[in-house]
Design a protein around this ligand. Structure first.
Ligand code: NAD
Ligand code: UDP
Ligand code: UDP
Length: 338
């Protein structure tokens, strides 16, 4: 990669290179990889609302143009179709690196976590940008510590069906810290716990999107295993607030970003039933291999150092997601001529 090393220039962070906006804050030039996906598109909304310039890099693997189409007329917004596995040259102040096939159905055999993260770190190094990695609670594997603190090293099967994702993100964290220690790149690491909300893929296999679309379509909600495994569900706006607090703050992390409210899958099905359709039923299915039995974040570190905590409980977040899903499922059905 000799071709691009000579473009390297000193860091602009905290010094020059930003366009002034109003009093006290400079307008940032921000890249969001995976910015047309579920979490990314909500982040883009908030960054643009704050007055930043935003470049989205996405290959539309699981993301959709519709998620950011409302910004197409905004001169501060740019959308690039690009696979982060390939190098790219840009000049920005901050990089939010979200690109990743995020659901079990999609993430197998994909080099994005390693090659994509390496390229974005190489970019951050060359231009002196601050880099934020969206890692995951999956780095804790099937945890032997409960709830999980950032100090826990995890319990991950390196050759299992989920390991491409778990180990991919663990490698991404390693690369991030190596670029920080070795090259002085300013980095931030978020470990995101299960998040839900509007614009989630309808059929990506995750539990909240499955239950909500099944209930709307009057199909039984598919509970895997005995349904007694637990997860903690965070509403997307809380996550976006946490990611921005992390990027703007002085601490590298890793930080757990999640809602500590813990539910079994049977309890989740019950909340979906109460929210969407009181006649909804459930159906048991065989569970997937290596499914973590329980998961709940300890968020004391983020509370203390980022002054952040989630605000939206499940019974408030689910109806917002449900109305978005209802509209999309309706449009889908109309598209089929039903
Ligand atoms: P998503 O699938 O909606 O978004 C991922 C985006 O990345 C999509 O727009 C996809 O098209 C894009 N993408 C994938 N591979 C790419 C590539 N090679 N080049 C360019 N773009 C690519 O998923 P999400 O839920 O919005 O997840 C965003 C990030 O948050 C991911 O890194 C994910 O691992 C992390 N995360 C999410 C959750 C959650 O519950 N949603 C939990 C833990 C971690
Ligand atoms: N990279 C990139 N954009 C840049 C700078 C680097 O995509 O602006 C890629 C580069 O192609 C390489 C990776 O980031 O694959 C790591 O770059 P780095 O300079 O750290 O590594 P090197 O090129 O020295 O191996
Ligand atoms: N799950 C379920 N029914 C579904 C999809 C998932 O019971 O239709 C279960 C799954 O076995 C797991 C939990 O819900 O125990 C969360 O799964 P998801 O894929 O949403 O997230 P992750 O396993 O990554 O936490």
């Amino acid at each position: 990669n000799d071709i691009i090393t000579h473009y390297r220039r000193p860091a602009t962070h905290g010094t020059t290179g930003r366009i002034p906006v109003g009093i006290g804050r400079k307008r940032m030039r921000v890249v969001v990889t995976g910015g047309s996906g579920f979490v990314g598109s909500h982040l883009v909304d908030k960054l643009l609302a704050r007055g930043d310039e935003v470049i989205v890099i996405d290959n539309f693997f699981t993301g959709r143009k519709e998620n950011v189409a409302h910004h197409f007329n905004n001169p501060r917004f740019e959308l690039i179709r690009h696979d982060v596995v390939e190098p790219i040259l840009l000049e920005v102040d901050q990089i939010y690196h979200l690109a990743c096939p995020a659901s079990p159905v999609h993430y197998k055999y994909n080099p994005t976590n390693v090659m994509g993260t390496l390229n974005m770190l190489g970019l951050a190094k060359r231009i002196g940008a601050r880099f934020l990695l969206t890692s995951t609670s999956e780095v804790y594997g099937d945890p032997l510590e409960h709830p999980q603190k950032e100090t826990y090293w995890g319990h991950v099967n390196p050759i299992g069906v989920r390991s491409c994702y778990d180990e991919g993100k663990r490698t991404a964290e390693t690369l991030t810290m190596d670029y920080h220690r070795g090259d002085g790149v300013e980095v931030r690491i978020a470990r995101i716990f299960n998040t839900y909300g509007p614009r989630m893929c309808l059929d990506d296999g995750r539990v909240v999107s499955n239950f909500v679309s099944q209930a709307i379509r009057k199909q039984p909600m598919t509970v895997y295993g005995d349904g007694k495994q637990t997860r903690s569900f965070q509403y997307v706006s809380d996550l976006v607030d946490g990611l921005m607090a992390l990027m703007e703050g002085e601490h590298i992390g890793p930080f757990n970003l999640g809602n500590p409210g813990e539910f079994t899958m049977l309890e989740l099905a019950q909340v979906v039933k109460e929210t969407i359709d009181s006649s909804a039923t459930i159906e048991f299915r065989e569970n997937t291999a290596d499914d973590p039995q329980k998961r709940k974040p300890d968020i004391s570190k983020a509370k203390e150092l980022l002054n952040w905590e989630p605000k939206v409980p499940l019974h408030e977040g689910l109806p917002k997601m449900a109305s978005d899903f209802r509209n999309r499922i309706l449009n889908e059905d109309e598209g089929k001529g039903n």
